[in-house]
Design a protein around this ligand. Sequence first.
Ligand SMILES: [Zn+2]
Length: 73
Amino acid sequence: MKPEICPFCGEKRLEELEPTEIMVDNSLWVIHHYECQFCTEVFDKIIPEGELEYDIDEEADIYGDTDEKRFRN
Ligand SMILES: [Zn+2]
């Protein structure tokens, strides 16, 4: 969800910068960066997402990894 106003000055002139995607515990977190065009403050909004979607894949990956490691060792 895009923030409407700058938390520093309350102006509505926000510019969305390039988001950063990181993996945390097999979940994709998207960090959105916003720059206020009025006071030039930059703030982040972190959105954890894809938790439900990854549940099934995660289980499959765990079993796949275990088998692979067993063969390697
Ligand atoms: Zn501002």
